[in-house]
Design a protein around this ligand. Sequence first.
Ligand code: ADP
Ligand code: ZN
Ligand code: ZN
Length: 726
Amino acid sequence: MTSILQIAVPCPLRQLFDYLSEEPENHWQAGMRVRINFANRSCIGIVIKARDVTNDIDTRKLKAIDEKLDDQALIPEEILQTVLWVSRYYHHPLGECFQAALPKQLRKGETSDLQLENWWFKTDQQSNKKLGTKQQACIDFLNDYPDGISQAAMKAHLGTVLSSLKALEQKNLVKQEPFPKLPIAQVELSVPFELNNKQKTVIEAVWQKKAQFQPFLLEGITGSGKTEVYTELTEKIIAEGKQVLILIPEIGLTGQFVDRFKKRLNTNIVVLNSAVSDGDRKQGWLLAKRGLAKVIIGTRSAVFTPLPDAGLIIIDEEHDASYKQQDGLKYHARNVALIRAQKRGIPVLMGSATPSLESLYQVEQQRYQLLQLKQRAGGAALPKVQLIDSNAAHPDHGLSQLLLKNMHQHLNAGNQVILFINRRGYAPVLMCHDCGWQAKCQHCDARMVVHQQRNILFCHHCGFIQRLLEACPECESKQLKSYGAGTEKIEQVLQKLFPDTAVVRVDRDTTQRVNAFNDIVADIKQGQARILVGTQMLAKGHDFHDVTLVGVLDTDQGLYSADFRATENLAQMITQVTGRAGRGDKKGEVIIQSQQPQHPFWESLIQQGYKKTAQDLLQERIDMAMPPVSNWAVIRAEAQERHQAMDFLQAVTSILHSTQQQHVLILGPVPAIMEKKGGRFRAQLLLTCQQRKPLHQLLDQHIQAIGSHKLARKLRWSIDIDPMDL
Ligand code: ADP
Ligand code: ZN
Ligand code: ZN
């Protein structure tokens, strides 16, 4: 008996495709993978439905599948439903949504068998003779693990013991068996802190709702002990046999954070981020699916990890922009996490020192419960903040006298200093002194950034690289000068100004190598590096106890940006960096250099703090009917020719206007803020609506027509629901 399978195929078309199978319907389950030939290439599809072929169906035009890859559904029902929801909500083709949800090796069709390793178990037999020390040590150890333990873990605890184990096996005292390979646990666990009352209250609040859907926003200043709350709650939840999913931002370092969980919890912790090999990611996903991994810590895409025994989802730094995917399927992991938690009836704990306006709004609407940690956990005091006018600073490198003087003081006292500048490279502008020519990217509406060490000009928007020029291409003058400062220049200047002090730079250029970041962090922690110069990467969640001075250089661009989230992001960033000062028992100090020290933003942030600033910003958004109060969707197009993108979006506008509706406002099309990027011209159309439903209905109604419009074939277009920027 044959059947027809409806298959989600990784392609931009918004439909399922029918294929024939020689097996009957009841041999198929939704969530199995098949290999098929699609448009003359072999690819992996996901079975969504199967139905037996009956006489009235003409199957002559259908192709057969090439291969059935799974005997049982690879994708559990809950994940299948989540991906279906994601596809509907983000108006993204289903087949591509599965691509985002599966680890690479699984979406490429590799086996879904778990990798096995050797485990050792004690038998019921007792030895009647005295054993050698090493053999006895093995027996003693295995006594503590009645369910067996891996050879790798035994080696980690006892050293090389294979020959002793083999000898014991001969005596029938132990036996070996293959078992799914688990991540190796930390050898020594650390003793937990006695939590303070505030922390206990937070834990109690979540614990009370452990069997129901409840989002919590944990607002806790940096250093207030949020991570400690996460580990404690995780320990309690897994003690009940449940799993905990912990999402962390994508940026550089997760090592420190993960270590704190490994040191606290005697359980199987799986890490899923970009530093983990494809093989380990697959194994981690499968271990979670089998319920063998109890704690899953991962970046954005980990939100799609199967959790048969889900008990809690934690989202650290919930405001972080890396939770929103910027290309392909533009999903927000916080959003997906909430949907999953809702379906499963479990709580979600979202923590941040600088909550997003979205989440603060949800608190106002009483959809999220607010929990707060207002004091630093270890008793450290908050830093003193000074704002100074950067126009008085050194014209070339931009460091002010006051900042340099304070750096000397803090360094002389044996402490560390962080200088934060959100621009990598040497200098953002290369200009000809004679004719005024500036180095611009050929492919973007952007300047080329000077990277002196690599002797190149580099476009940070498209990656275009050019040799550093020696003469002006316009007038051949040799008077080329660079202006402004990036991390590389600041590093160089500081090496000259502080010749006896180790300076380390932390940005994307210095941390590309795997583990580079961890190595730098180790240097910082051991005090080898005394001055740290870096971008955003330095702003996030690190716990450096000897940093007592933080300098913030030239971050004002956010105050003039056309992006509606720029001020929110600036407030978050400044607050996060500021939180790096004085984490240990030493008092911290912060110096912010600004082009516009009189801007009311600064007074609000410094005098009244993040929360008040955020509340004012939220009120502005409410007054102007912007997100999170209203719902936005952006349709973007990019094309080889300038007019193509605009023409297409004009056509989209007509299609959207073809039905009567009064709720959705359609604005544009307009060229993107940076119109040309990577050699393509970009334009966008903004759809706004007070309610969510009419907006989504309008898109549902017309998306097929938009996709099959004749102009659509000549360009790339996409829909971005709840865009992070415009
Ligand atoms: P956050 O995640 O909010 O930045 P952490 O959990 O990292 O805060 O805590 C900040 C510092 O305080 C860490 O060094 C941590 O080890 C310490 N800490 C946290 N909770 C306690 C506590 N109850 N008692 C003593 N120290 C604590
Ligand atoms: Zn010139
Ligand atoms: Zn470019």
